[in-house]
Design a protein around this ligand. Structure first.
Ligand SMILES: Cc1ncc(COP(=O)(O)O)c(C=O)c1O
Length: 305
């Protein structure tokens, strides 16, 4: 299985745009030294960064939880995205949708945890061609692993923070790779299901889509939240519920959500089939509703003459 594709990136580092070979950041940046920083991943539909305002709100919330300032307005960040997309030749045609990642780190400073040592945060924008998962991922569904790595305790590095410090996620995903999983589902410290390493998890039981509540200790996914709205429009009940292993294994359907993967059916967890082992009706309806709504919200308005 192809696990990733190499795609050349265009990178804006503190306002200057580089090709990927020349994009660099100091080793004294506390993002590198201590993992002190936050990020967001967006993608475009119709060339527009999708749900931009929600991503900016979450970026500022994450940064606030590290007492890190984001010294640009949303309009300035939007301009930086568009400038980097233009330099990358992306976002201007249906076959040139962009993947956009913004990182804000503590910045360069002495070897101390004292934030005063770093007066200027670093801001990096990475733009690459958006690559959708293969069609068969959506058509046939995927196998995931239920991994033993516990999701960070909210009293430790709170999963609410979309942090550049991704060791918890990376370790869990390494285990998922070892087991041939497309993703890894993590439990929280209470043993309840929390989320996947790079996406949120849902199950479907008796026609209702259920996902763990935020206080299970997980990232409040933008796609997860958007799916509540998609469900409401499609007449599908989408709710939060505390979920355990048995709920997953006894589910009629399951799926995961993220910005870059939209809604991916889960048909197997380790060696156990979920439901009938093929993407279910509710999952397919939510995926379709998601795509239709994403395209409609980003459709360019016709020019009025
Ligand atoms: C740990 C984790 N959970 C959930 C998500 C999904 O979030 P979103 O829907 O905002 O992309 C991500 C996305 O990267 C993630 O890293």
């Amino acid at each position: 299985m192809v696990r990733f594709l190499f795609m050349a990136a265009t990178v804006n580092v503190n306002g200057r745009t580089f090709d990927q070979e020349h994009a660099a950041i100091s080793v004294f940046d506390h993002g590198f030294l201590y993992g002190e920083g936050v990020y967001e991943t967006l993608r475009t539909y119709n060339g527009q960064p999708f749900l931009f305002d929600r991503h900016m709100r979450r970026l500022r919330t994450s940064a606030g939880m590290l007492a890190l300032s984001v010294p640009l307005t949303d309009a300035q960040i939007d301009a930086r995205f568009r400038e980097t997309m233009r330099a990358a030749g992306l976002g201007d045609a249906p076959d040139r949708e962009a993947y956009i990642r913004i990182l804000v780190t503590r910045g360069i400073g002495e070897l101390t945890y004292d934030p005063v040592a770093c007066p200027t945060p670093s801001i990096v924008v990475i733009v690459k061609p958006n690559v959708d998962p293969a069609a068969e991922v959506f058509e046939r569904g995927v196998k995931v692993a239920l991994v033993p790595i516990v999701r960070n305790h909210p009293g430790s590095v709170n999963p609410l923070i979309k942090s550049n410090n991704l060791l918890n996620n990376a370790l869990a995903m390494q285990e998922a790779f070892r087991r041939g999983g497309f993703e890894g589902i993590m439990r929280n410290y209470r043993g309840e299901l929390a989320e996947c390493t790079q996406s949120n998890v849902f199950i479907v039981k008796n026609g209702v889509a259920l996902t763990p509540p935020i206080d299970a200790g997980l990232l409040p996914g933008i796609t997860r939240a958007f799916l509540f709205e998609v469900g409401a429009e499609a007449g599908i009940d989408v709710r939060e519920a505390v979920l355990k292993d048995d709920d997953l294994f006894g589910a009629d359907e399951s799926f995961l959500t993220s910005t870059t993967r939209e809604v991916v059916p889960i048909v197997q967890v380790d060696d156990r089939k979920i439901g009938s082992g093929v993407p279910g009706r509710v999952t397919r309806a939510l995926l379709n509703g998601y795509r239709v709504k994403a395209r409609a919200l980003t459709a360019r308005q016709p020019t009025v003459l």
